[in-house]
Write a protein that binds this ligand. Structure first.
Ligand SMILES: C[S@@+](CC[C@H](N)C(=O)[O-])C[C@H]1O[C@@H](n2cnc3c(N)ncnc32)[C@H](O)[C@@H]1O
Length: 243
């Protein structure tokens, strides 16, 4: 796994104190993103153009503690998100006319895929201070109006009605995985929500009790660049929660 990816897979709070000192206006964030990312298509959904961090970008080579706005989760297209977006683009009937929540949206690819597939409403949610701006720019890059975005933490709190909740690579931390499991269960029990999870087989996901309630829906080989950035991973998959 690339050093950047390895360092990133831990709770955001470590860098949040640094983040809040930075400028957070949309105009500034947009120019920051455009300056420090590149348009990338060599991933599992090449039909989507995404502004991402690459080895040609300055912050790829900078130690994470010096990155502005904290760890740039939003600037990486994680293997779980790639599987999720690929699955939604290939199976538009899963999203058509549905109300969808993309939880932990990062760069916004799964939300964008859901909208392209014909979802009636898509809300992207991510607590990272740059994720909303990244979503807006990536929507525009793919010919969409900016999608609604929510920056609050709704895990364990809000259980609004959603036809479908999609999650990409959200099981990277034990505490987060436990919280998600309980909250997803409540969403399913209260609203009959369908839940799809994209994950490349990370330890906190594969070893978690949630596994007993999941069915694998699709598996994909990762593109070469993603294999190199995520050392040891070769495949990624989409799972459906079947309580
Ligand atoms: C590994 S990244 C995956 C991003 C994207 N889904 C993908 O697969 O490319 C995990 C994302 O979850 C977000 N996140 C972490 N805790 C969260 C929470 N409590 N609520 C919403 N988003 C959260 C992070 O900011 C980050 O963007």
């Amino acid at each position: 796994m690339h050093a950047a990816c390895r360092t990133l897979l831990r709770p955001l709070s470590l860098h949040f104190a640094l983040s809040i000192r930075r400028q957070t206006g949309a105009t500034y964030l947009h120019s920051f993103i455009l300056q420090h990312t590149e348009v990338v298509t060599n991933h599992l959904t090449p039909e989507l153009k995404l502004l991402l961090l690459t080895p040609r970008c300055k912050y790829w080579h900078v130690r994470p503690e010096h990155w502005p706005y904290g760890d740039p989760y939003w600037a990486i297209y994680w293997p779980g998100g790639q599987a999720m977006a690929r699955y939604l683009l290939d199976n538009p009937e899963v999203v058509r006319h549905k109300q969808i929540l993309d939880l932990g949206s990062g760069c916004g690819a799964a939300a964008i895929a859901a909208k392209i597939g014909g979802a009636s409403y898509v809300l992207a949610n991510d607590i990272h201070p740059v994720a909303g701006a990244a979503l807006t720019l990536n929507c525009k890059l793919n010919g969409l109006q900016p999608l609604p975005f929510l920056s609050e933490n709704i895990i364990g709190v809000d259980t609004s009605h959603w036809d479908l909740i999609v999650l990409g690579d959200m099981f990277y931390d034990e505490q987060l995985a436990d919280g998600l499991h309980q909250w997803l269960r409540r969403c399913i029990d209260q609203h009959g929500t369908t839940v799809l999870i994209g994950d490349p087989g990370r330890g906190h996901f594969i070893d978690h009790p949630i596994q007993k309630q999941l069915w694998k829906m699709a598996e994909y080989s990762l593109p070469e660049s993603s294999k190199q950035e995520n050392y040891g991973l070769t495949c990624t998959a989409v799972w459906k929660y079947q309580p």
